[in-house]
Design a protein around this ligand. Structure first.
Ligand code: ADP
Ligand code: ADP
Length: 224
C-alpha cells in the first residue's frame, strides 16, 4: 500500500473574475520509506500540493489516499484525526511555540494524542538527542540558532511517528552551511524511520540526494 497517493487531484483558486488552475490532474504514489524531491519555480503550486496531500486543503476533484485510505468522504474532524496520526509537517519557518522549551514543543503532538507526559518527553528527548540537540532540551526557541530551531521543528514533525512527512522548503531560511547540516540530519532521520517524505526545495543539489524528483508543469506532476 502506498503511504501517500494522489489521483486526479485538481485545485483552482478564484482570483477576482478569473480562475487560477494550480493543480490540473495530479498523479502521485509514494512508497513507505521513499524520499521524493518536489522542485520547481515559485508559484508552480508546490505549497498547494503539499497542503492538499496533507489534508489541510481539499482538492476540488480527485482523491487523496493516506496509507491506502480514501479521505474524500471524511468530514473535517476525521481529516484532522488522520493528519495528526499519520502526517508530519515542516515549513520554512519553524512555528515553534515561543514560551515552551524545545522538549515541550516536541512533546506537544504526543500529549495532544493522549500520551502521558513521561512517555512523551522520553521520546521527545531521544529525538532531540538524535538531532544533535541533547544539550538544548530546556532552551526556548528564542535561545536557539536558526538551524537549531529548524531541527526542533523537524523533531516535532515526527514526534507522533507519522507515516508521511511533508516539508515545504525546510532549509530555505538557513545559511548554506546550516542548510546543509539540517538537510543531512533530516535525510538520516527519514531513512532511519521508514517515513515517506515529500520535500519541496529550490536546492537542486539536495533534490539530487533524494530517491527521485518531481516537478509541477502546467499543473501536472512530472517525473524528472
Ligand atoms: P509554490 O509553493 O510553488 O510557490 P503555491 O502553491 O504557493 O506555489 O502557489 C501557486 C499559485 O497559486 C500562485 O500563483 C499563488 O499566488 C496562488 N495561490 C496560492 N494560494 C492561494 C489562495 N489561497 N488564493 C488564491 N491564490 C492562491
Ligand atoms: P548559528 O550561527 O548556527 O545561527 P548562533 O550564532 O545564532 O548560531 O548561536 C550560536 C550558539 O549560541 C547556538 O548554539 C545557540 O543555541 C546559542 N544561542 C544563540 N542565541 C542565544 C540566546 N539568546 N540565549 C542562549 N543561547 C543562545
Amino acid at each position: 500500500v502506498p503511504a501517500l497517493a494522489l489521483s486526479g487531484v485538481e485545485r483552482t483558486y478564484r482570483q477576482g473574475d478569473s480562475a487560477l488552475h494550480v493543480l490540473r490532474g495530479i498523479e502521485l504514489e509514494m512508497k513507505p520509506g521513499e524520499i521524493v524531491g518536489l522542485v520547481g519555480p515559485s508559484g508552480a503550486g508546490k505549497s498547494t500540493l503539499l497542503h492538499v496531500a496533507g489534508l489541510l486543503e481539499r482538492p476540488d476533484t480527485g482523491t487523496v489516499f493516506i496509507s491506502g485510505v480514501d479521505t474524500t468522504r471524511m468530514d473535517d474532524g476525521e481529516r484532522t484525526a488522520v493528519r495528526r496520526r499519520q502526517i508530519g509537517f515542516v515549513y520554512q519557518f519553524h512555528h515553534l511555540l515561543p514560551e515552551f522549551t524545545a522538549l515541550e514543543n516536541v512533546s506537544l503532538p504526543q500529549r495532544i494524542a493522549g500520551l502521558g507526559q513521561d512517555v512523551a518527553e522520553e521520546r521527545a528527548g531521544e529525538l532531540l538527542t538524535f538531532l544533535g540537540l541533547g544539550e538544548r532540551k530546556t532552551h526556548r526557541p528564542g535561545e536557539l540558532s536558526g538551524g537549531e530551531q529548524q531541527r526542533v521543528a523537524i523533531a516535532r514533525a515526527v514526534a507522533n511517528a507519522p507515516h508521511i512527512l511533508l516539508a515545504d522548503e525546510p532549509t530555505g531560511n538557513l545559511d548554506p552551511d546550516t542548510a546543509e547540516y539540517v538537510f543531512d540530519i533530516l535525510l538520516r532521520l527519514v531513512h532511519g524511520t521508514g517515513l515517506a517524505a515529500l520535500i519541496a526545495t529550490h536546492n537542486l543539489e539536495f533534490a539530487e540526494r533524494m530517491d527521485r524528483r518531481v516537478t509541477l508543469r502546467e499543473g501536472k506532476l512530472i517525473e524528472l
